[in-house]
Design a binder for this molecule. Structure first.
Ligand code: NAD
Length: 283
């Protein structure tokens, strides 16, 4: 099978980014969202980003037009009938995601691969909602998708080699690097990143160093482009807390306990950049 037709489900921050890089890389893309408004917004965001790339001379006007011509909105999930791969990037909720996988399994052609951009739902659980567990896989992009060059390709318990190869090759065709990861809480990226962020919050809570100094230690001392507390604000403190809970539940190990200060900030509504306040204040 050659992947040519991609359906992206969810036109939010990640889905629109995935649809954009696929369309720019020559795939025919259908973008679907449950909400018409979100779908229109997702397409508008893609147009805006492509326009910005043209104005910065990163791509030509023709390349922008070609990408937009390959991108179509799809009002109904039934349009999955035309896809070789469906990439799901909807809300991070197990029940909603398994519901979508079971519907995609019904609509998508037999040969189609069903992929998820989930950060925390086990791929094996999504696969179990379908009759094609061998063709279900994680395709975990990083945010912002057009910029970040990594895709974690996550093998569920039954994911077959052919599916893995196709998806890894697709990631490379998008100018990304694919890493092979087995299905495990937090996969690899968040398993490593989130405990580091959580530890930075413990360091702050215990008064070992200030917010700015903790970030400076990691930027200048470890060559990280962004300090852990700045990064936490960018990701969203609610998301960081949620992923720590996934790690704690999944491994049953107290080393993954979320820092009480992280929980306190989330309870206060200090969710980071999107809320105007987290470890830093944003105007
Ligand atoms: P988002 O809230 O920006 O977008 C989600 C979109 O899904 C919304 O437009 C919503 O209308 C749509 N949606 C919800 N339920 C739907 C349904 N049943 N059918 C169709 N559309 C539906 O979220 P996001 O940040 O783009 O995250 C999407 C997924 O990507 C999540 O699984 C998340 O964990 C994962 N992820 C996010 C990041 C990140 O940094 N934001 C990074 C990696 C992975």
């Amino acid at each position: 099978m050659t992947i040519q037709n991609v359906m992206v489900i969810g036109a939010g921050q990640m889905g629109a980014g995935i649809a954009q890089v696929c369309a720019q890389s020559g795939y025919n893309v259908l973008l679907h969202d449950a909400k018409e408004e979100a779908l229109n917004q997702g397409i508008a965001n893609i147009e805006k980003r492509l326009e910005r790339s043209v104005s910065k001379d990163r791509i030509s006007e023709q390349a922008k037009q070609d990408a937009l011509a390959r991108l179509q909105p799809a009002a109904a999930l039934e349009n999955a009938r035309q896809c070789d791969i469906a990439i799901e990037a909807i809300v991070e909720n197990r029940d909603v995601k398994t519901g979508i996988f079971s519907k995609l399994d019904a609509y998508a052609p037999e040969h189609a691969i069903l992929a998820s951009n989930t950060s925390s739902v086990p791929i094996t659980e999504l696969a179990a909602a379908t009759n094609r567990p061998g063709q279900v896989i994680g395709m975990h992009y990083m945010n912002p998708v057009p910029v970040m060059p990594l895709v974690e390709v996550i093998r569920g318990l039954e994911t077959n080699d052919e599916t893995y190869k196709q998806v890894a090759a697709m990631a490379y065709s998008l100018s990304k690097t694919a890493v092979e990861v087995n299905d495990s809480p937090g996969f690899a990226a968040n398993r490593i990143l989130m405990p580091m962020i959580n530890e930075a919050v413990f360091t702050l809570q215990e008064g070992t160093a200030s917010v700015e100094d903790i970030d400076t230690v990691m930027k200048l001392g470890m060559n990280h482009p962004m300090g852990p507390l700045t990064l936490a604000d960018f990701i969203g403190l609610d998301t960081c807390l949620f992923i720590m809970e996934v790690l704690q539940d999944g491994f049953g190990d107290s080393k993954y306990r979320p820092c009480p200060l992280l929980r306190k900030y989330v309870n206060a509504g200090w969710l980071g950049k999107k809320a105007g306040r987290g470890f830093y204040q944003y105007q």
